[in-house]
Design a protein around this ligand. Structure first.
Ligand code: TRP
Length: 452
């Protein structure tokens, strides 16, 4: 049964549009991934490069997604089918849908870990040194049953929101969670700034040492920008399909990029003063948040409260991001395959539960099962983040820059934006040249075809 009425809803308010878009952008990418990437790549230098990519490539690609989504007013697959002169462009839609399910699957595993850590924050970590934390994290992640159950539990939370629909589910929850998230973040920052070695932490984060920049740093900084802004898979095409004709696209993208970067920087402001104060290693990698931070929390006064709050923050941020990933395929199931919203949601969450369980088990009993030498989790992460995301992003910006009529793109960008004529011109130039060329170079270097 088709339910166009229910499905082709629009976000009700301007604030709602910002909340859902920022909600999609702010997630594990900012609070988990950014600090460890910055920590491993020399801090401030990485941050500056990342900001460069966010505004020079991220904002134009985001505007491209907004233009495609709002103008077509439909899901990512139909958007290309309707607007493209050649049917082959429809492939971009399928790439987005497939990649979004892969990302959702491994992302939910990490989000499930945050649920275990909320529980442990309250129940006790059972140790306090970094080594003890390392051992207990390893034991947990390789334990099969618990991580799989948490992955499923997380996806059920997702289901509960998505099944309620666009306005009553996605928009309403984002309107509540996003302000809450900012309050928790600010409270944390103030707390961190009063730590004894706050200055060292902040110097690490804000004082750039450009000798630390290598080709690899450049690649990671761009990958981080894409991942963090939710670009390349049509997540924002899908959301823009629910924007009203009055939503100012350029302003919304600039605001989203700024708030997203702000949250990443604030996550750094929270984490690095603590890392230096408690004598930990800033370059600890992906385990920074799950091993180093709990060790710090267990020494801190009021650690239970701060630890619970931190993992709650991570959990809430993940939730508003995964609903945007799910919506990519749900919108397609509803519009094109004529499913009801509930059925579409069930199908999306069902697939993610199956694949997500495989990812969770790849730290345990499926650890020996390798695809191109990678575990299932690493393979999903690698294929989606390093291949499908950049390829999708490049094709989206080429599509908006070259295939769509310039007058159409201009009109969409200039609506309700007053004096943005010159800015619109610059954005279109970036969509045509800067973004595709940069992404191509980074992509080829990333998969090892060219050496930088
Ligand atoms: N931006 C989110 C984060 O930083 C992740 C995310 C949500 C995403 N939707 C996406 C990444 C779509 C790529 C594509 O955690």
């Amino acid at each position: 049964m088709t339910q166009p009425q229910e499905h082709r809803a629009q976000f009700a308010t301007r604030l709602g549009v910002v909340a859902v878009t920022v909600g999609s952008a702010v997630g594990l990418g900012n609070i988990w991934r950014f600090p460890y990437e910055a920590g491993a790549n020399g801090g401030a230098a990485f941050m500056l490069l990342n900001l460069f990519f966010v505004f020079v490539i991220g904002v134009p690609v985001m505007c491209a997604e907004f233009v495609i989504g709002r103008h077509s007013g439909t899901n990512v697959r139909s958007a290309f089918r309707r607007m493209a002169p050649v049917q082959a462009w429809g492939i971009v839609g399928y790439i987005g849908i497939a990649a979004s399910i892969l990302i959702l699957s491994f992302y939910s595993v990490v989000a499930g870990w945050t649920m275990e850590y909320i529980y442990r924050s309250i129940a006790g970590f059972g140790g306090s040194t970094a080594t003890a934390m390392h051992n207990s994290f390893d034991a947990f992640a390789s334990g099969n049953v618990r991580p799989t159950l948490w992955t499923i539990a997380f996806l059920l939370c997702n289901y509960a929101i998505l099944a309620r629909g666009v306005e009553k589910g996605i928009e309403k929850v984002s309107n509540i969670l996003m302000p809450l998230l900012f309050v928790i973040l600010i409270a944390f920052c103030i707390h961190s700034l009063f730590m004894p070695k706050a200055r060292e932490g902040l110097t690490f984060l804000f004082h750039p040492d450009f000798s630390k920049i290598s080709a690899r740093t450049v690649l990671s900084a761009m990958g981080q920008a894409f991942f963090s802004l939710s670009l390349g898979l049509g997540g924002l095409i899908t959301y823009a399909g629910y924007f009203s004709k009055k939503t100012p696209l350029v302003k919304t993208s600039l605001l989203t990029a700024s708030l997203d970067s702000l949250v990443a920087i604030l996550a750094g402001v929270i984490i690095f003063p603590a890392v230096f104060t408690y004598g930990q290693e800033p370059a600890a990698g992906p385990k920074l948040v799950f091993e180093v931070l709990p060790a710090i929390f267990s020494e801190m006064s009021g650690g239970v409260v701060w630890s619970t709050l931190f993992f709650l923050l991570l959990f809430l941020a993940s939730l508003t991001s995964t609903i945007s990933m799910s919506e990519i395929s749900i919108a397609w199931f509803c519009d094109d395959l004529h499913m009801t919203r509930r059925r579409a949601t069930r199908l999306n969450i069902g697939i993610a539960m199956a694949l997500g369980s495989l990812c969770a088990l790849s730290f345990g009993c499926l650890g020996g099962f390798k695809i191109f030498g990678m575990t299932i989790f690493d393979f999903f992460d690698y294929v989606s983040s390093n291949v499908l995301l950049p390829v999708g992003g490049m094709l989206i910006s080429i599509f908006a820059g070259w295939v769509l009529k310039k007058s159409l793109v201009r009109r969409e960008l200039e609506i309700s934006a007053g004096h943005t004529r010159r800015l619109a011109g610059a954005l279109i130039f970036c969509m045509q040249y800067v973004a595709p060329v940069c992404i191509l170079v980074v992509f080829l270097a990333g998969i090892g075809i060219i050496k930088l």
